[in-house]
Design a protein around this ligand. Structure first.
Ligand code: V0V
Ligand code: CO
Length: 146
């Protein structure tokens, strides 16, 4: 079951400048940052709020590490902006299989590693009315997704 918005992914050209904008304008601080080479991103998670299910919602600021990455290609075509939305679930495997059975393309055969050791997969934007949609199970379900 999808229980919350885990994050909104925002593509940017310069992560440090964008982090500074969110800090100076809204007061949001970096909760976590990392480089994910498989996904080709340098990213910062800004924690916005906790939710009733014990999880949290974030803004995920994304700078590409290479031009041919998903975010690099998207930025070249569209410029900066909202790149994807991510729903949180305690069961990314089961939920993605159920959604695949409805005829929506799930991009990975098995979930891959996401931010903070989460497990993630993506639904094709062309099957989701133009929205690249991610499903996330946090690393510590006892803390984040119960
Ligand atoms: C591409 N399209 C999008 C889109 N990206 N539409 C909406 N939102 C997006 N973000 C459209 C694009 O305009 C084209 O439409 C069509 O899809 C094919 O795009 P393309 O430029 O030819 O690119 P592809 O097909 O090579 O790649 C698109 C997909 C790719 C969605 C397959 O971006 C992908 O695999 N994304 C999943 C991985 C990802 O995004 N990683 C970065 C975040 P027209 O022009 O044909 O109409 S990593 C992350 O979130 C992490 C680590 C985390 O949360 O922990
Ligand atoms: Co994401």
């Amino acid at each position: 079951m999808l229980t919350r918005i885990d994050h909104i992914g925002i593509a940017c050209f310069d992560l440090d400048k964008t982090v500074e904008f969110y800090r100076a304008t809204y007061g949001f601080e970096v909760f976590h940052s990392e480089i994910n080479e498989e996904q080709g991103v340098r990213e910062a998670m800004l924690r916005i709020n906790g939710t009733d299910d014990g999880g949290a919602s974030y803004l995920q600021l994304l700078e590409p590490t290479r031009e041919d990455s998903a975010v690099g290609k998207w930025l070249a075509k569209n410029g900066e902006g909202v790149h994807h939305i991510a729903f949180g679930t305690a069961d990314v495997d089961g939920d993605s299989e159920a959604i695949r059975d409805k005829g929506v393309r799930v991009l990975y055969d098995a979930p891959r590693r996401g931010s903070m050791d989460s497990r993630i997969t993506f639904l094709h934007p062309k099957d989701c009315h133009g929205v690249l949609t991610e499903l996330v199970t946090s690393a510590a379900p006892d803390v984040a997704d119960h």
